[in-house]
Design a protein around this ligand. Sequence first.
Ligand SMILES: Nc1ncnc2c1ncn2[C@@H]1O[C@H](COP(=O)(O)OP(=O)(O)OP(=O)(O)O)[C@@H](O)[C@H]1O
Ligand SMILES: [Mg+2]
Length: 259
Amino acid sequence: MKIAITGKGGVGKTTFAGVLSRILAEDGYKVLAVDADPDANLSMALGFPEEKVSSITPLSELKDLIAQRTEARPGAIGQMFKLNPKVDDIPEKYCIEHDGVKLLVMGTVKAGGSGCICPEHAFLRALTQHLLLGMREALILDMEAGIEHLGRATADCVDAFIVIVEPGQRSIRTLKTIKKLAEDLGVKKIFAVGNKIRNKEEKDYILKACGDVPVLGFLSYDPDLVEVDRLGETPFKTCILYTNQVESIKDSILKAIDN
Ligand SMILES: Nc1ncnc2c1ncn2[C@@H]1O[C@H](COP(=O)(O)OP(=O)(O)OP(=O)(O)O)[C@@H](O)[C@H]1O
Ligand SMILES: [Mg+2]
């Protein structure tokens, strides 16, 4: 299972990616959570303690290593580089692990555009493919807001895009753009999750607005989440309703990906 969590800014991607990763780990999955947002904060939503977070080296800082393994200079355009660099030693050295979830932080990696990939992306792709050869393994990518950075590189790493939407036209517009992009990139599976829901009207609005994109479930608006975020903690298990709702969405994801 390899999915990218996407959507408009502030819609709830990171919170969802964090709690989903923790639930999958508790189910016995080997989980690799990838923080693909340059403004990285997935570690918090996952509940990593501060001392572990400070020991993370973002992938983008491994320039020499990536250059050496891909035989390219990161950032250079229009050059040849290896698409299958050696990565088997990377998880041990550069991912940090807590409560069964491995975390890789990308840092600021320049988007390759929809048609091409850069050495950093080739490296990440090799890494995710290397890590996910077996059953009961999950890759959860927490993406940067919006669509500019969604390209070939992300599409090559995942089987499905999950777009978080909230009751409002702006997040729905982002969903529509991501859907078009996913089609262009050959990502066949695209799903929506409704977040910050306060009543039935809002659910109905989302169901209608998502059109033919399947809605895998809904997450209620929960003021406790804002408080947990303020404290820099994970909502996993402290926000019980939210955790239960993510659990049920996880079942829908597994079914939808199987089909
Ligand atoms: N169901 C919810 N109810 C109430 N608040 C929520 C809910 N989901 C997320 N939030 C809050 O919304 C804010 C943004 O959430 P989060 O950081 O997960 O969004 P994001 O989409 O990752 O944002 P960004 O685009 O900046 O990466 C946080 O304060 C979070 O606690
Ligand atoms: Mg985020």
